[in-house]
Ligand binder design. Structure first.
Ligand code: DON
Length: 591
């Protein structure tokens, strides 16, 4: 109850139920969330006709909304929002990281942009192993952990191709925020959690722990070095970041800290437009990221298997439905972990992931009577760490142009290395490679040889910005989330919640989630998300069920939860409904 009150206070702007309970088939059919679950099934969403911006941060959502109000389209708003997140949400928003962007224009064309980091030219397969062949922490912490950042190029390219406002006007709001904004609980919470790592690197500690302590809520927080970088970005475009003054600062930081990224790496970086991964789910067309994100094709594999059962009839959160999902997750992740990697370096069986034949074969091995141990699909290990350090934002404009972006520095505050003189964190996304194929990374993912480190290679991702069309081919859902390995299952569950279980946009976000990633061989569920009887029923089928640890009380992040979904739904009357996940307290704003 206390948790519910705290969340209601934090998300007061959103949890306004004054418009009455949401109208949904889920409720009409007698659906309900578990009694102790903190998020209600009856809140009304944020609605709008001229556009919505759903992000994890109120400043960033406001920036996006202002750009829409100034006549910008959804791509303008998304680019401005992404740059704002780099300022106000430095634990995940970034200039020093990378991500993926899905765009569906009002004319129905769909575009997938990969601005994932790349390994530096000097990267080698075993660079993270010690003399005994054991994995060190260098893929996670410090200068060697950073891949060549892609965000700046990606946002620039997207704006060049689809933006309508001048570049300077989409960069300016971030410059203003870097000049000073009022510290939020979010910033305090993430700095608090990451402060030990941050303290290890002086350039970052000086900025983010002024006077060696976490700034207080309500303080004004300014980032002059970052403001200067953004000003150069406004005036000179990405050339400054990849070839100019900022590039020189990055290269100097690398030399100082024993990193390997060079001016040549920065100069050679390109973002890539790729063919979206598209698949059908019960008449809906789902568009998501193709490799080097594993998201789109893994979701396709799971959805094609799951489709063989009627989840709606089996019921939401029942042992039967969770069993079918978990068995499908298990099988698709086994293949994801083994086969997927950077398509520019490795031949990938993408067609198989998307094929009915694959789904038939995989579905045929699922028994409704018994869980298949993962050891019968592949060898087993037992390690899992779920954290939500990435961030996602969803935007739609009044014309129906839709953008979904998931962006990351990987861990909170990435490698913990700030570029001296530039004021931004560099990612630690090199850890998304298999530092040692067959051993788990920080998300417990056991990945194969194909995803080994290699020069100029992109590391496999789970980030899955996703846009769904309804059976008539119209824009329907814009969705995505952080959550490392859980991203894929979380995004899919928001889709299942709507398509199979008739949930409203709010319910689809609020509903508790489950996860299975093949190894470790466990069904994970959110704290308080499964009734005891359901857990027992799953155990009787042979599943090991693990409830997420709520952890120590935290002022902001909801312990024991997974994901931070930003969901927008196009409504039949032409309006939009949106909702930001209360698990991390974002805010959807509309006009
Ligand atoms: O690309 C990926 O899959 C990861 N770097 C995403 C990291 C993430 O979501 C952080 N939080 N768990």
């Amino acid at each position: 109850m206390l948790l519910a009150l705290l969340l209601a206070a934090l998300h007061g702007c959103q949890l306004d139920t004054s418009r009455g309970p949401a109208d949904s088939a889920f409720l009409e059919a007698g659906g309900a969330f578990p009694a102790e679950w903190p998020f209600g099934a009856d809140a009304a969403p944020v609605t709008a006709t001229e556009g919505l911006v759903a992000t994890t941060d109120e400043y960033a959502s406001q920036v996006g909304l202002d750009i829409l109000a100034a006549g910008g389209n959804a791509v303008d708003a998304a680019v401005a929002t992404g740059l704002a997140l780099a300022v106000v949400n430095p634990e995940a928003g970034n200039l020093g990281g990378g991500g993926f962007m899905m765009i569906r224009l009002a004319d129905g064309t769909v575009h997938a942009q990969d601005h994932r980091e790349k390994a530096p030219l000097a990267a080698t397969r075993d660079m993270y192993l010690d003399a005994d062949g054991n994995v060190t922490d260098r893929s996670v912490l410090g200068h060697l952990a950073a891949g060549v950042p892609g965000t700046v190029q990606g946002l620039w390219d997207a704006h060049e191709r689809f933006g309508s406002l001048p570049w300077a006007s989409v960069v300016q709001p971030a410059i203003d925020l870097a000049g000073g904004f009022t510290v939020t609980m979010r910033l305090v919470s993430t700095l608090d959690a990451a402060q030990n790592g941050i303290r290890a690197f002086e350039a970052g500690a000086r900025i983010f722990l002024p006077g060696d302590s976490v700034p207080a809520i309500g303080d004004s927080f300014s980032q002059p070095d970052l403001a200067a970088v953004l000003t150069r970005l406004r005036d000179r475009g990405p050339d400054d970041f990849y070839r100019g003054e900022t590039a020189a600062l990055i290269a100097a930081e690398m030399q100082r800290g024993g990193g390997i990224m060079t001016l040549e790496d920065l100069d050679r970086y390109t973002a890539v437009w790729r063919e979206p991964a598209a698949f059908d789910y019960r008449g809906h067309t789902v568009h998501s990221m193709p490799p080097p994100s594993s998201g789109g094709v893994t979701m396709a594999a799971i959805a094609n298997i799951v489709e063989r059962w009627d989840l709606g009839a089996m019921g939401w959160n029942t042992p039967e439905t969770i069993h079918v999902m978990a068995e499908s997750f298990r099988r698709a992740y086994a293949d994801r972990n083994e086969y997927l990697a950077d398509p520019d370096f490795v031949e990938l069986p993408v067609d198989q992931f998307l094929s009915d034949d694959y789904a038939d074969r995989r579905a045929a091995t699922i028994s409704l009577e018994r869980a298949t141990p993962s050891s019968e699909v592949a060898p087993g290990i037992d390690a899992f760490l779920d954290e939500t350090h990435t961030t996602h934002y969803s935007v739609v404009d009044g014309d129906g142009n839709a953008v979904a972006v998931t962006t990351s520095v990987n861990s909170w505050y990435g490698s913990k290395v700030v570029v001296e003189g530039a004021g931004f964190y560099l990612n630690n996304t090199m850890d998304d490679f298999a530092a040692k194929p067959g051993t788990p990374n920080q998300f417990g993912l056991v990945q194969g040889e194909r995803n080994a480190v290699g020069p100029e290679k992109r590391m496999l991702s789970a980030m899955s910005p996703t846009i769904v069309e309804d059976p008539d081919g119209n824009l329907f859902l814009i969705t995505g989330t952080p959550g490392g390995a859980t991203i894929i299952t979380t995004v899919l569950q928001t889709i299942f919640n709507v398509v199979d279980h008739g949930m409203s946009v709010v319910q689809a976000v609020h509903a508790p989630r489950v996860h299975h990633q093949h190894l470790p061989d466990m069904v994970f569920h959110e704290y308080g998300g499964l009734p005891e009887a359901t857990v027992r029923a799953l155990e009787a089928l042979g599943h090991t069920v693990r409830e997420r640890d709520p952890g120590p009380p935290d002022a902001y992040f909801t312990g024991g939860m997974s994901g931070d979904v930003q969901l927008i739904m196009a409504m039949p009357d032409g309006s939009f409904a949106g909702w930001s996940d209360p698990r991390r307290g974002g805010l959807t704003l509309g006009r």
